[in-house]
Design a protein. Structure first.
Length: 413
């Protein structure tokens, strides 16, 4: 059985790691323009979940405990994916003797950075939306599951960092290329198949978007396509898919056939495609909760469903203003004085393409609700960003634009 601390020195080591994380996040708050108090509140919740996860997994038998034990004493598998996680903790564990809780705190810093970046992107997209949209968008970063699974020695913490970096990159693709590289690198290290999905999304987005110059589009398409084709054989072999693309459908069918495993499994093979996607993102619902953990998951899924339905209704009913003339934030627009408003998500094509590709593939290869509750956070932030981006601007914004037009300050067409 693992211990939270092995000796008194581990307490000070853990405190030092927490302070390091606080300094990193305070600096990040200044860089991205969010309130430091909000970032520290997110970090406090993240730390609490990190402690809860550590206590919950002390008896062992879970991936995080196994990763720590391998980092301390081996064996080590020098490969991408699962084997890479203990290697990431090798230096802290063997050189500095970091305890299990301290190692969880160290990985939690990466996860929390990703959550803060995601939170700021969603809040910036919701800034000119209705009050309810702004409030619900601001709650997403405080949902328990997004913290519980990303505050430990795990692939989820590294992938949360990749998610935040990719979303932040999408807000200024021409200026934040290093963040795209970091997102892809994180995914390659712990989940190469997700890196391939990011590259596929980048490849598809570069083809469909009209915002890139022809030379840039050709370069991005060539690079993304080359890396994707280079990664594809490795990913297929790594996950036992087969030797070629023709084996993918067989692999998906085999994964769906495992729906009988576990008490919380999903019978994917018996579901229609829409229900399969819904189950991956939104189940268990509140009425399906058979335990405290399931009830908590049901409550947060209910909140997410309310936000999705509300955004969907607004978009469907056509209350979104036209892109440039009436000040909707989708695609930029103009303010009440006729000044151009910067596009809040110029990389929306990448966000949408990756989100849809990852949703389809993960929903068809995830057979357990426990896995879905972890893996959906590699997809859901991107879909939420698109829905918030497409939501209508507030009535107050439209009223100010109408007043400005009546006063002769009509925004340019």
């Amino acid at each position: 059985m693992l211990l939270i601390f092995d000796d008194g020195l581990d307490v000070f080591t853990a405190m030092g790691i927490w302070i390091l994380g606080a300094l990193i996040l305070l600096k990040l708050a200044t860089q991205i323009g969010t309130r430091q108090s909000r970032v520290m509140l997110i970090y406090a919740l993240h730390t609490l979940m990190c402690y809860a996860f550590t206590v919950f997994t002390l008896p062992g038998g879970v991936d995080s405990a196994t990763y720590y034990q391998h980092a301390v004493s081996g064996p080590l598998n020098w490969e991408l994916g699962t084997g890479a996680v203990p290697i990431l903790g090798l230096l802290p564990a063997r050189v500095f003797g970091v305890s299990y809780f301290g190692m969880n705190l160290l990985f939690a810093i990466a996860g929390c950075v990703g959550i803060v970046l995601m939170d700021q992107v969603l809040r910036l997209l919701a800034a000119r939306k209705s009050r309810l949209v702004r409030q619900l968008s601001g709650v997403i970063a405080f949902l328990p599951s997004i913290h519980f699974w990303t505050a430990s020695i795990s692939k989820d913490s590294v992938m949360m960092l990749a998610t935040g970096c990719l979303l932040w990159y999408a807000q200024a693709p021409g200026k934040r290329l290093p963040l795209l590289g970091l997102a892809i690198l994180c995914a390659v290290i712990v989940r190469p198949h997700i890196a391939m999905m990011i590259l596929a999304g980048l490849l598809l987005a570069s083809i469909v978007t009209g915002n890139m110059k022809l030379g840039t589009k050709i370069a991005v398409t060539g690079i993304a396509g080359g890396i994707t084709m280079a990664l594809l054989p490795f990913v297929l072999t790594k996950f036992g898919v087969g030797a070629g693309l023709g084996d993918i459908s067989t692999f998906i069918e085999d994964r769906q056939a495992q729906d009988h495993l576990g008490g919380s499994s999903i019978a994917l093979s018996e579901m229609s495609p829409p229900m399969r996607l819904f189950s991956f993102l939104m189940r268990p619902m509140i009425y399906e909760g058979g335990s405290g953990i399931a009830l908590s998951a049901g409550l947060e899924n209910t909140l997410l469903l309310i936000l999705v339905v509300m955004l969907g209704c607004q978009i469907f009913l056509g209350r979104r203003t036209r892109r440039s003339r009436q000040g909707g934030t989708y695609g930029g627009g103009y303010d009440a004085m006729g000044n151009p408003v910067p596009d809040p998500l110029p990389g929306r094509a990448l966000v949408l393409c990756y989100g849809l590709i990852a949703l389809w593939l993960l929903a068809n290869t995830t057979y357990n609700l426990g896995l879905a509750s972890r893996q959906k956070w590699m997809v859901l932030p991107f879909l939420m960003a698109i829905l918030i981006d497409m939501a209508p601007s507030t009535a107050a914004v439209r009223a100010r634009l109408a007043a400005a037009a009546a006063a002769g300050r009509r925004p340019p067409a």
